[in-house]
Write a protein that binds this ligand. Structure first.
Ligand code: S3P
Length: 171
């Protein structure tokens, strides 16, 4: 088990469709940690789906709520936290993450991301031409995930294998 870093949070960041929630659930189960899905927490607090929040209140409002909930969650220990792909964008969030846990970036190819979430209507930023949007977001965010303590390339890996890699880096 974890020795010198008792119940330090594990924070998963990365583009949508990199498998943060699936791998994060497995890591949490293995460690006996809690699991927090930031998108889910936003939906529960707001009482609306993510596409509804984007449509009715706008992305700026969504980002404010996302940052506020992130701050709250990071005050606790012993959680694996799956963040939304854009949670690294607001100023201050990355240093807060680095100071509150072990940050892991999950990466995937554009093709993998498109095949996993390209048709998912729950991702408003991909509405329209999902393929083009994924590629544009990846280009815009190519440096945004580099701040993490480590990176796991999920290409060709099952969720269980991704989870094992995360645990190896963490321990
Ligand atoms: C977003 C990613 C989504 C969700 C929202 C915006 C982004 O979360 O927060 O649709 O800006 O990359 P996932 O990364 O869990 O899909």
């Amino acid at each position: 088990m974890v020795s010198n870093q008792a119940r330090k949070n594990i924070i998963l960041v990365g583009m949508m469709g990199t498998g943060k929630s699936t791998a994060g659930t497995l890591v949490a189960e293995t460690l006996g940690y809690g699991f927090v899905d930031l998108d889910q927490a936003i939906v529960e607090q707001e009482g609306h789906s993510i596409p509804e929040i984007f449509k009715d209140r706008g992305e700026e409002y969504f980002r404010l709520v996302e940052s506020a909930i992130l701050k709250r969650v990071l005050q606790m220990e012993g959680n694996v936290i799956s963040t939304g792909g854009g949670s690294v964008l607001a100023p201050g969030n990355t240093s807060l993450m680095l100071n509150s846990g072990f940050v892991v970036t999950l990466t995937a190819t554009a093709e993998d991301i498109i095949s996993r979430v390209g048709a998912d209507r729950n991702r408003p930023l991909l509405a329209g031409n999902a393929e083009e949007r994924v590629r544009r977001l990846m280009e815009q965010r190519k440096d945004a995930y580099l701040f993490a303590h480590c990176t796991v390339d999920t290409t060709g890996l099952s969720a269980a294998q991704v989870s094992q890699h995360i645990l190896t880096h963490y321990r």
